[in-house]
Design a protein around this ligand. Structure first.
Ligand code: HAM
Length: 429
C-alpha cells in the first residue's frame, strides 16, 4: 500500500470542518483590521530564503526541500528552487516585485502549506499550514511605529478569543536593531570563546558565524552554558528601548497580557526589535502556536526599498490541535438538513428536481439517496449522515404534490405540500 510521505498528513472530514472554521474566523478578523489576501507560489528561488531567513538558521541549513530545476529552457536550467518553509520572505518579495507600496497595499495575509524537513512528532510535520499576516510599507506609512506591533498583537488576542482559545501565553521580547546586534554579537562571541569547545558542533560553528543562533540550540547539555550568556535586553539602544516600551504601554492599555522573555530571539535572522510567540499549555513540547516579529531590514536585504514590517504566522496544525479538546469538529460541522429518499422506480428524476429546488431557494444542505435503495437502507444512510429530516418521494407523493417529511429526532411524520417544504425544513412554518 502506498502511504503519504513521512511528516505529511491527510486532513479528513469531519476535522476539515474545524480547519475551515479556523480559517473563516481568521478571515473575518483580518477583514475587521483591513488586511487583504495575497497568494504567493509554493516554491521560490532558494536564494530568497538563504538571503531572507539566513544561511545559519536551522530552517535554511537543515530543513529545506531544495532541488535543481531540470527545465529545458536555458533560463530554468540549474536554477535552485525550494518549497517555501515560511511565507514572509515570499510576501516581501511580492511586495517589492509588484511595487505594492505604490498601491497602498500594506496589510496582507496568506493561508497555505509550508514545508520543513523536521523530525516529525505531535504538532510538528514536514508539510504544515500557516496563517500568516504582515504589515509592511515605506517608513512614511508608519509601518515602523510601535502602534503597528501592538495592533498586530491585539488582533491575535482577538482572534484567539474568537476561536475560544483562552489559555494562551504571549512571550514578548525586543531583539534590537543592527546597531545593538553588533555589540550584542561581540559580547556573545566573547562569552562563548572560553566555553564553545564544550558545546555541540553546531554551536561551535554558530559561535563564530552567527552567535545569536546559539540560542536556537536544543541540545540539553548546552543549556546550562546558554543560560549564562548575556541577554539582548542589556544591549538595546535608546530608540529600540523606547520602541519596546511603547509597544508594552499600548498592550497594557488595551488589556493584552504578556510576559517579557529576553531569551526569546526566534529562529529566523530577519527579526529586529519586537519578537513574540504565543504558547499553549495543552501542546506539550511543540507548544508555540504562533510566532512573529518585526523585520525592518528584510526588504533591503532582498534588494527592495526601505520597508519596515511586522507580522506573524500561526501554526494552523497546532492551533487546531489546541482547539480540538474543547471544540470537537462535529460541533462546527454543518450536517444535512434533509435526506431525500426516492422510493420506487422513476423517482430519481422527481427527487433530483426537489433537491435542486431546496438547495437553491433556501440554501439548505440536502443529501440525496437513490431509487434502488429500500426505505430501511435510506433511513440508515440518513442517520449516518446526521440529517435532521427525511423526505420520502414516492409515486403517491408526486401525484399529490405533497411529501412525507419525517423529523429524525422526534420520529414525527407529517404530510407537507411541496410549496411549504423549504420553510418546514428550516423550521419557520
Ligand atoms: P516560525 O516560528 O518559524 O515563524 O513559524 C511560525 C509557527 O509555525 C510556529 O509557531 C509553529 O506554530 C508553526 N510551525 C513551524 N514549523 C512547524 C512544523 N514543522 N510543523 C507544524 N507547525 C510548525 C515563521 O515562519 C515566520 N515567517 C513568522 C513571521 C511572519 N514573522 C514575521 N512574519
Amino acid at each position: 500500500m502506498i502511504k503519504s510521505p513521512r511528516g505529511t498528513r491527510d486532513l479528513l472530514p469531519p476535522d476539515t470542518a474545524l480547519w475551515n472554521f479556523v480559517e473563516s474566523t481568521a478571515r473575518d478578523v483580518f477583514r475587521a483590521y483591513n488586511f487583504q489576501e495575497i497568494r504567493t507560489p509554493i516554491f521560490e528561488s532558494t536564494e530568497l530564503f538563504s538571503r531572507g531567513v539566513g544561511e545559519e538558521t536551522d530552517i535554511v541549513s537543515k530543513e529545506m526541500f531544495t532541488w535543481e530545476d531540470r527545465g529545458r529552457a536555458e533560463s530554468d536550467k540549474g536554477q535552485s528552487l525550494t518549497l517555501r518553509p515560511e511565507a514572509t520572505a515570499g510576501i516581501v518579495r511580492a511586495y517589492i516585485e509588484h511595487k505594492l507600496a505604490d498601491r497602498g497595499l500594506n496589510k496582507l495575509y496568506c493561508i497555505g502549506p509550508m514545508f520543513r524537513r523536521e523530525r516529525p512528532q505531535k504538532g510538528r510535520y514536514r508539510q504544515f499550514y500557516q496563517i500568516d499576516a504582515e504589515v509592511i510599507g515605506p517608513p512614511s506609512s508608519g509601518s515602523d511605529s510601535p502602534a503597528r506591533d501592538a495592533e498586530i498583537l491585539e488582533m491575535l488576542a482577538t482572534l484567539l478569543d474568537r476561536l475560544g482559545i483562552t489559555d494562551w501565553n504571549l512571550e514578548l521580547n525586543s531583539v534590537g536593531c543592527p546597531n545593538d546586534r553588533a555589540k550584542f554579537n561581540e559580547a556573545l562571541r566573547a562569552a562563548l570563546e572560553p566555553v564553545k569547545d564544550k558545546m555541540c558542533v553546531d554551536c561551535q560553528r554558530r559561535a563564530v558565524t552567527n552567535p545569536l543562533r546559539v540560542f536556537d540550540c536544543k541540545v540539553p547539555e548546552d543549556q546550562p552554558i546558554i543560560e549564562k550568556l548575556p541577554r539582548i535586553s542589556h544591549f538595546l539602544d535608546e530608540p529600540c528601548r523606547k520602541h519596546f516600551e511603547e509597544v508594552k504601554q499600548i498592550l497594557r492599555a488595551v488589556g493584552v497580557d504578556f510576559h517579557e522573555n529576553d531569551r526569546l530571539v526566534r529562529g529566523l535572522d530577519y527579526y529586529t526589535r519586537t519578537a513574540f510567540e504565543f504558547t499553549h499549555g495543552a501542546l506539550g513540547a511543540q507548544n508555540a502556536i504562533l510566532g512573529g516579529g518585526r523585520y525592518d531590514g528584510l526588504s533591503e536585504a532582498l534588494g527592495g526599498p526601505p520597508a519596515p514590517g511586522i507580522g506573524f504566522a500561526i501554526g494552523e496544525d497546532r492551533l487546531v490541535l489546541s482547539l480540538q479538546e474543547k471544540t470537537p469538529a462535529e460541533s462546527v460541522l454543518r450536517k444535512p438538513d434533509v435526506y431525500i429518499a426516492p422510493v420506487g422506480a422513476g423517482m430519481n428524476v422527481e427527487s433530483a428536481r426537489l433537491a435542486r429546488e431546496l438547495r437553491r431557494t433556501e440554501s439548505l444542505v440536502v443529501d440525496l439517496g437513490d431509487e434502488s435503495f429500500r426505505l430501511k437502507k435510506s433511513f440508515e444512510l440518513a442517520t449516518k449522515a446526521g440529517a435532521r429530516f427525511i423526505l420520502i418521494v414516492g409515486e403517491n407523493e408526486v401525484k399529490a404534490n405533497a411529501f412525507a417529511l419525517k423529523n429524525h429526532a422526534t420520529g414525527e411524520q407529517i404530510e407537507v405540500p411541496r410549496a411549504d417544504l423549504a420553510r418546514r425544513i428550516k423550521g419557520i412554518a
